[in-house]
Design a protein around this ligand. Sequence first.
Ligand code: 9G3
Length: 566
Amino acid sequence: MKQSRTFIPTMREVPTDADTVSHQLLVRAGFVRQHMSGVYTYMPLAKKVLSKIEKIIREEMDALNAAELFMPTLQQAELWQETGRWDAYGSELFRISDRHDREMALGPTHEEVITSLVRDEVKSYKKLPLTFYQIQTKFRDEKRPRFGLLRAREFIMKDAYSFHATADSLDETYTAMMQAYSNIFTKIGLNFRAVLADGGSIGGTDTHEFMALSDIGEDTIAYSDASAYAANIETAEVSVNKEKPNQTQKAIEKVETPTQKTVSDVAKYLQVGVDKVLKTLIYKADGKFLAVVARGDHDVNELKLKKVLHAGDLSFATEQEIESLIGCKVGFIGPVKLPIDMKVYADYSVANLVNVVCGANEEGYHLINVNPERDFAIDQFIDLRFIQEGDPSPDGSGTIRFAKGIELGHVFKLGTAYSEPMRATYVDENGKNNPYIMGCYGIGVSRILAAIADQYNDASGLKWPKHLAPYDVHLVTINMEDEVQRQLSEELYHLLKSYRYEILHDDRHERAGVKFADADLIGLPIRITIGKRAQEGIVEVKFRETGETVEWQREEVTEKLQSFFS
Ligand code: 9G3
């Protein structure tokens, strides 16, 4: 491709609205252009990389005998009403109506559509298992699109769905899909981890996420420094250590804490560690009030609490509700003498506490020498806190460390979460109708572009992994007016294309400095420069990854390239 004939609008200045280095580089190097918040054009260079990513994904999906199809973006509201998700989802779901005022959605995902298709087309257990996949644009009206392609409102996803007669069959496909995902991210060359994850509202039982390790990641991974254990901190279980400090329990006492409301203020004022101060939080779960007790240095993981309570809706009680329930202002709330009908849930770590501090449920006062279960009843001990760095790894080996990650893939065992409400059944060998057991599997294809840019760049620009670069070789002619240089450039351009290399020939009438800066910005793996030594048949070669430059004779170019790309 002649650079003067294609469309690569590079920019010298850093785009102010790009909030990550990788997005700034994708914009400056002419890979993406934003049209409105969360909506982008994938420019010619990005489209070439996306095609290479999709090729790797198709190879792995086809190897699993997954059948590729392409479902509509327009989805009738009725299908979403069958699963209850038309009402469950709010403004994140793009809703439109057609000329006949028929309501529909722009597809954010396709569980409903694929289940309705299989419901109508597949009747017998003999056809199962079946796995379908598509690479298609999704729409989600994100509250705060940001980080460029990492959180967009219109994005490319590979979504797959599998249908089974048995849970074992689902386990088999789920495990095979996990392996396929590892192959995909490995082939792409990403530094990633598969982590235990949360299935969210409709996400079924087991679920794993594939995280590209990155400081700009929105997710936090808790991993063991001595084993393969890794989980999204949203779901990371905290192992319970049973040993209770052998301290004698002292007599409970009410002390004045006139203005100390926060855990750290109270701890400082009473000169105790924050781990010796109880935090008592009043929640409302599906309209019912409950108290949650945790150590002052621990954070409550509401996802865990929601799961244990099987709560559809969980929120903090308002200050007014707390005052009317307990007759005391927030800041002095404690678990002692709470309303009898209010259930008390405590984190496992509370069980080991002796002679600690808590609110007295009286404004301006706290209690000291409080002993759980002696001074207040606990209805249930549960794992309700966020794991912390330094905690023992839940698998018993090693210590927990944190890392940030970009979620690129997510796999789910859905069970009958969709087939039951949609009455999607098959006839089994005994003639009985059973709801399909399902799995679904997603990869953020456009997100991968941003993750690669994030893991492969330096101060001068992008550095594409060899097999994912939009072009293999950047052929740069210093002076297009120089007949010898132009001749040698044309000769090499056609020679290398005949060897099936993808060549971007910078044939622009630009200063060498501009051409070199653009070449570094765009980040093709190898740059061959035809300049003043063209007369001698010598070209200058720069390797983008290392920055190293060497000189090659024209005769040795093809052989050297072969060893570089092999
Ligand atoms: C919605 C909206 C946003 C959504 C969903 C539905 C996320 C929704 C979860 C999934 C699960 C898997 C198949 C591919 C892999 C992921 N955001 N999810 O269901 F209406 Cl507005 O999409 N689906």
